[in-house]
Design a protein around this ligand. Structure first.
Ligand code: NAD
Length: 494
């Protein structure tokens, strides 16, 4: 297994890999060993300024802004090809950096290439306006135009997939980009800069700043020249960003936290619901925004379901993220490990029976939290209300449809939900009643890139994905009114 050191990481500004102006660095740790993988240039205010200047200049004065769509898409597809060709290396970097199992980062990397291909197709087929004829007097029409320099701020939980999910539509629609990568997972963002550099995009079109959220991230949000911020991360950070973006009236898109319910009715396909519940909370090391961190079991199948869950928890394979057989790897860092284990202690205080798998003895150096069930949980406990963001699932009993809808909605979040039943009417009814941006009926979290992705309530504002990202976020519609007749113009002062 590879646990090699990797090269130090620099900022990427105006087509050049560079140290921070301050020359400062921070250490990047491997979650499996807690050893230093490399050093990362620590970008700050002045570096952000420099990157924004470069992106703004590239938009207004470089070739990108006026480039023919076909030519721009050739760059987007070149990026996709390079990612696809280097997918295995990127997956290794991602697992090394994040602790995510390699079998899962391989799939995410394939998705990352598809993000670019998808947005090339989307822009070519859907980035067009409408025409509005008004009798024989007017023909009005809309055009969609890119915003300019946009800021993208990403989390560490699925870094490459989430980064490309933003970068692809931002660039494909003709914007220039400043990416503030998550400080805990800089490697794949650096690799993306390298790929984009080799794809030959004009200097300044894509820039990467590494550094902390409170400094580099905040500087990006407050910069007057940045036209929009697309953010994925915690709800509390999202609130701060909206406040900081207000002074420059920036457009923001907020993809935030979740506490998503998975509801199993007694007529559900038991084995498939079980597989989905287990996978949905223990894949991505439990660090998944749409994780089903609350499972609701109807009373008469509860005991059987819990018995099966207990057996699964014992067998989920924890291990080295580089081992293709590993299902659950170490959490991103010690701070997050402390947060998640703190919630497991709290669950005991709140009266849950805690069922955990065992961390293998030779893996104590890593930030391993075993797969964990919180039995006898109730929906009002803090462990059922707050986002734990680890392999920890509250197990809650219900009797009626009305009761479970109330509980599913009884949280500040509203990102995803999963309903398991073979009663077709009830499936749709519950899906429509649960306040979440995305619902799956009899399915695990399978993505369709065309759908609007995002949450309601505390889980976010706005939707990305599909044509929503290109028409509702990364471009501005402009209405153009053309008189084709002699409409009446009041003759004031005549
Ligand atoms: P986080 O909010 O701590 O950090 C996310 C990013 O924001 C990082 O790059 C960080 O440096 C930056 N940041 C922090 N403070 C900032 C500030 N004041 N100004 C500007 N930038 C700032 O989140 P995290 O811990 O990295 O990620 C986990 C969270 O992300 C979870 O809550 C998870 O649910 C959420 N998430 C949501 C989605 C979604 O699509 N809804 C997807 C993945 C993750």
């Amino acid at each position: 297994m590879e646990h090699r050191k990797v090269d130090d990481v620099k900022l990427y500004i105006n087509g050049v890999f560079t140290d921070a102006i301050s020359s400062e660095h921070f250490d990047n740790l491997n979650p499996y060993t807690n050893e230093i993988s490399n050093r990362v240039a620590k970008g700050d205010n002045e570096d952000v300024d420099k990157a924004v200047q470069a992106a703004d200049h590239a938009f207004h004065h470089g070739p990108w802004g006026s480039m023919k769509q076909k030519e721009r898409m050739a760059y987007i597809e070149k990026i996709a090809d390079l990612i696809a060709n280097e997918a295995e290396e990127i997956a290794v970097l991602e697992s090394l950096d994040s602790g995510l199992p390699i079998s899962q980062t391989r799939k995410m990397t394939a998705r990352a290439a598809e993000n670019f291909r998808f947005y090339s197709r989307m822009v070519q087929s859907r980035m067009h306006g409408d025409a509005y004829q008004v009798d024989d007097e007017f023909i009005n029409y809309t055009v969609y135009q890119p915003l300019g320099a946009v800021g993208l701020i990403t989390p560490w939980n699925a870094p490459f997939m989430l980064t490309t999910w933003k970068v692809a539509p931002a660039l494909a629609t003709g914007n220039t980009v400043i990416l503030k990568a998550a400080e805990l997972s800089p490697l794949s963002a650096n690799r993306l800069a390298d790929i984009i550099d080799r794809a030959g995009l004009p200097a300044g079109v894509f820039n990467v700043i590494h550094g902390y959220g409170e400094t580099a991230g905040e500087a990006l949000v407050k910069n007057e020249k940045v036209k929009a911020i697309s953010f994925t991360g915690e709800t509390v950070t999202g609130k701060t960003i909206i406040k900081n973006a207000a002074d420059s009236l920036k457009k923001t898109s907020m993809e935030l936290g979740g506490k998503s319910p998975l509801i199993v009715f007694d007529d559900a396909d038991f084995d498939r619901a079980l597989d989905a519940a287990v996978w949905g909370i223990f894949s991505f090391n439990g660090e998944r925004c749409t994780a089903n961190s609350r499972v609701f079991l109807q009373k008469n199948i509860k005991d059987k379901f819990i018995k099966a869950l207990r057996q699964r928890v014992e067998k989920v394979k924890m291990g080295d993220p580089m081992d293709p057989k590993t299902q659950l790897g170490p959490l991103i860092d010690k701070g997050h490990f402390d947060k998640v284990t703190g919630y497991i202690d709290l669950a005991k205080e709140e009266g849950c029976e805690v069922v955990e798998g065992a961390v293998p003895a030779d893996m104590q150096a890593g930030n391993f939290v075993p797969p964990t069930l919180l039995l006898n949980a109730t929906n009002d406990m803090r462990v059922s209300q707050e986002e734990i963001f680890g392999p920890v699932m509250s197990v809650i009993e219900f009797e009626t449809e009305e009761e479970v809808i109330d509980m599913a909605n009884g949280t500040e979040y509203g990102l995803a939900g999963f309903v398991w039943t073979n009663d077709i009417k009830r499936g749709h009814r519950v899906a429509q009643a649960v306040d979440s941006g995305m619902l799956w009926i009899n399915a695990q979290n399978v993505r369709d890139l065309r759908i609007p992705f995002g949450g309601m309530k505390g889980s976010g504002i706005g939707r990305e994905g599909g044509h929503f990202a290109i028409l509702e976020f990364y471009t501005e519609p402009k209405a153009i009114h053309v008189s084709i007749g002699n409409h009446r113009i009041p003759e004031f002062g005549k």
